[in-house]
Design a protein around this ligand. Structure first.
Ligand code: CMP
Length: 137
């Protein structure tokens, strides 16, 4: 079934000039780029995006990190793309992400309070709908 998901290239991915490489992997997998924007988000967007993490120890560093530079927001379409992009991204912890994934190939631990793990992908159809509305309003 064709789905849409929200992919974010986080400030570390943009700053490290990995945007092209990440887009290449999405396209090489056969997914379609439906819309793309370079964004410097308002705090309110990040607060809504990460509402489920509010109160966790990494919440404040996470929001600060996401405000530290431009982000690329992408609407991506494809069959089972929500699960599929999360496989391309690899597990949240970049040190443990499998080689061959975006986080496994380019991410590592930097000894910081937040995992700078290059990309975000929606984790369910409900999250995808909510997040796409937020970032592509
Ligand atoms: P993401 O999947 O975009 O959504 C939540 C983000 O919080 C996650 O990527 C990481 O960047 C960060 N994160 C999640 N868990 C932790 C953790 N235990 N410690 C630090 N940062 C985390």
């Amino acid at each position: 079934m064709v789905e849409e998901t929200l992919v974010l290239i986080k400030p570390d991915g943009v700053a490290r000039n990995l945007t092209g490489e990440i887009l290449r992997r999405i396209e090489a997998k056969g997914y379609s780029l439906v819309d793309i924007r370079l964004v410097e988000p308002e705090l309110s967007i990040l607060a809504a995006h990460y509402a489920e993490h509010e109160g966790k120890p990494f919440y404040e560093p996470l929001v600060e990190f996401m405000l530290s530079g431009p982000i690329v927001a992408i609407r991506v379409a494809g069959d089972r793309v929500i699960e599929g992009f999360r496989m391309l991204a690899g597990t949240t912890d970049p040190t443990l992400a499998a080689p061959g994934t975006i986080r496994g190939d380019f991410g590592r631990d930097w000894g910081l309070k937040v995992q700078q793990n290059l990309v975000h992908g929606s984790d369910s159809p409900e999250s995808a709908a909510r997040e796409l509305e937020l970032w592509f309003a």
